[in-house]
Design a protein around this ligand. Sequence first.
Ligand code: FAD
Length: 516
Amino acid sequence: MAENYDVIIIGTGAGGGTLAHTLAPSGKRILLLERGPFLTRETDNWDPGPVFVDGKYISKDTWYDADGKPFQPQAHYFVGGATKMYGAALYRLRPADFGEIRFSDGISPAWPLDYGDLEPYYTRAEWLYQVHGDHGEDPTEGPASRQYPWPAVSHEPRIQELADDLAAAGYHPFHAPCGVLLNEDHRAASECIRCAWVDGYPCLVHAKSDAEVIAVRPLLGLPNVTLVVGAEVTQLRTDQSGRSVTDVVVTRAGQRESYSADIVVLAAGTANTAKILLRSASDRHSAGLANGSDQVGRNYMFHNSRAVVALAKQPNETVFQKTLGLNDFYLANRSRPPLGNIQMLGKSNPEAMKGEEPELTKLAPHWGLEEVARHSLDIWLTTEDLPKPDNRVTVDSDGKIHLAYRFTNAGETAALYDELKTILNKTGLAAHHVLSKNFYMDMRIPIAAVAHQAGTVRFGSDPLTSVADVNCRAHELDNLYFADASIFPSIGAVNPALTVLANAIRVGDHIAERLR
Ligand SMILES: Cc1cc2nc3c(=O)[nH]c(=O)nc-3n(C[C@H](O)[C@H](O)[C@H](O)COP(=O)(O)OP(=O)(O)OC[C@H]3O[C@@H](n4cnc5c(N)ncnc54)[C@H](O)[C@@H]3O)c2cc1C
């Protein structure tokens, strides 16, 4: 007979890995099921060719859009999940994000808890993930009960110059919070961490604060924690009453296996968490497990993001560019709704540009792209998108994911872009552009860019409009919890991972208390 665990956690990314780390000291017997392998440490990790052109670390999944057109989602199935590739920009949501916010295309709904409820967990997440930053610099952020564990990563000269120019023009630039291991405990790694390979690359020297390095690896020797990799969860089965998950069905190396636990936590990432629930339909849960509200899979969000390359005559020799953020347009004012966040991106390089824009760059000579990259300032704009019921994940009879998505808040996205152009003009960048007038290589992020996916299993107090309660337990089941980005009722306009980490610690505390 299969062994029974206290807790099974499905997925080892930001949510699942961090939850396991929170629960492990309880001594309870924990099984981590992860569909991917460990990401191999190899020189390709830092090579834009394999990473961006070949997509070596992108899953081989095929998903389908609303018209049934196949696409390859930029999903990453490894121990550590998407955090293996993330940019480690670890922002808190603003206090206003937890309430209702009106946008041109509708309302961003309130969370069932407020900023103050999550604040202690934000602090714990920042300390666990060794975030560098400076609380108090960004006027839009909420109160912090504790300063970051490490000072902000300093700007390199070109970014410092930009920060000075922004401040002189009346803006409020701040040092972006960043999860990199620059401290004394990681001296060896820190020798090469001032590198370009953070955003979109796995870290060869394990000096990025990802969920594998920070949360999962430290548990590997513990007698009460078992990790099974290559284990794709396909279905959850319940008892006769439909109130308890009894079996976690897994495909591993082509074989079917089954595991059981007193408590099961789904943290497979937004789309896959919904997929597992939808594929677990039964007599008791005919529309999918925990889906009496018909909310599972709905309200998918992924941010209205835009990557912009501003070209200046002056070369930009910055290596680690992601040190600056700007939230001057984040909050609503009397004349406009909230527009969003502006931050620096990882530095462009010719190979990555070819991978990201094969059509646009195919005729460009390599030296031409090198010059573009040398002079680029890479900027990321994020506007909040809204949780719309028809923006949803469904699953077909073959178990394939279908993702229907329509952009919202296009007006706010355009307004933020206009603000950026004003900023670039005010900070003297326009005068130095390679071309005689402003030139931006502008990349709208398509549906396949699922990096910031959230929603599909939102939590709330009303079982008619949400899937999980305030503790992230399924309303309809006694022993099923969620700990990933799927629970977000709204997404805000800052990067989501720190909120996933903080909430996973919160859910972990709750489960530990319940098991006690
Ligand atoms: C290139 C990139 C850059 C990013 N940059 C940032 C950033 O700078 N800042 C930020 O805040 N966020 C960033 N993000 C987003 C951030 O990584 C995610 O928001 C976060 O990882 C989501 O956490 P999660 O737990 O929901 O999912 P994940 O971290 O993806 O974890 C899900 C896990 O479940 C596993 N899994 C999936 N299906 C199954 C199954 N059926 N059975 C078993 N296991 C399964 C997956 O393999 C994975 O390990 C970035 C993401 C990417 C891809």
